[in-house]
Ligand binder design. Structure first.
Ligand SMILES: NC(=O)c1ccc[n+]([C@@H]2O[C@H](COP(=O)([O-])OP(=O)(O)OC[C@H]3O[C@@H](n4cnc5c(N)ncnc54)[C@H](OP(=O)(O)O)[C@@H]3O)[C@@H](O)[C@H]2O)c1
Length: 257
């Protein structure tokens, strides 16, 4: 794979696994996150060229630095994956202002910073691919304990679609994608604000290797949206085509999740 690929949130989980996967396929990989030791370890396994950049994506200047350092090293960016993110475990009734602000900052503004930092370069080249890692919870709110997280991923879905529409006519070779995993067996649950269930312990958790492969496939074959499992799109369609949404919400998988 002859591409320069930047992955945010690549010190663990989906981002780290994707970086290793595409690095081993020959891509030149830039991994970014805050934990330096973990990041360096991932970079070592992500192909000979991999570059680790310690950065906090909730800070616009640091995201701009990821772009600058990537271009200084590789001269171009073909694919930018806004993958960094965090969960939250609280019902709507319990949410504080700080809870909602943190979710919007780490899951939405971080991606917006990435989009706005890399887009001038992609427009200049008239090509590129921006992937925003969303979630099934960005489409159907089936886990009420993840309320504000789910709301933030819905917001991310909207920004992604709006950007795609804006670029479509003038920049047909700049692709903008949403990637939607379900539950994935990573540290996501452990890292969630206010703790909560460990994603890896949930029986329906998808192995992270499968999710990274689906993401790598989206890089090879760009399209507007990709789910990490084939059946997920139908679940979304069923939810939105229901005559009575409350009926669907009263049945598993909505109940007690
Ligand atoms: N696991 C799931 O069930 C699941 C399901 C659907 C969608 N997703 C989405 O998949 C993405 C990856 O999550 P994961 O499952 O791989 O969880 P994870 O193992 O907790 O990974 C999250 C990554 O984001 C990075 N990150 C968090 N805040 C950051 C910040 N301020 N600046 C830079 N990097 C930051 C973390 O690195 P540092 O802490 O080193 O900064 C880490 O590398 C997220 O967007 C998540 O919402 C996950």
């Amino acid at each position: 794979m002859d591409k320069v690929i930047v992955v945010t949130g690549a010190s663990s989980g989906i981002g780290a696994t994707l970086a290793r996967e595409v690095g081993q396929m020959g891509a030149s990989v830039v991994v970014a996150a805050r934990r330096e030791a973990e990041l360096q370890a991932v970079a070592k396994e992500s192909g000979a060229n991999a570059l680790a950049i310690v950065a906090d994506v909730t800070r616009r200047e640091e995201v701009k630095r990821i772009v600058a350092q990537s271009l200084a090293r590789f001269g171009r960016i073909d694919v930018w994956v806004n993958n960094a993110g965090r969960g939250l475990s609280r019902s709507v009734e319990q949410l504080t202002d700080e809870d909602l602000d943190e979710m919007m900052l780490v899951n939405v503004k971080s991606a917006l910073y990435g989009i706005q930092a890399v887009l001038p370069h992609m427009k200049e080249r008239k090509r590129g691919h921006i992937i925003n890692v969303s979630s099934m919870l960005g489409r159907i709110p089936f886990a009420s304990v993840r309320s504000a997280y789910s709301a933030s991923k819905h917001a991310l879905m909207s920004l992604t679609a709006n950007l795609r529409v804006d670029l479509h006519a003038a920049f047909p070779d700049i692709h903008v994608s949403s990637f939607l995993p379900g539950v994935v067996a990573t540290d996501f649950g452990l890292n969630a604000r206010h703790g909560g269930p460990d994603s890896r312990a949930l029986p329906y958790a998808q192995p992270v290797s499968e999710v990274a492969q689906a993401l790598a496939e989206l890089i090879e074959h760009p399209r507007a949206e990709a789910y990490s499992r084939p059946g997920y799109q139908k679940q979304v369609a069923d939810y939105y085509s229901a005559e009575d949404v409350a009926m669907i919400e009263s049945r598993p998988p909505f109940v007690n999740r």
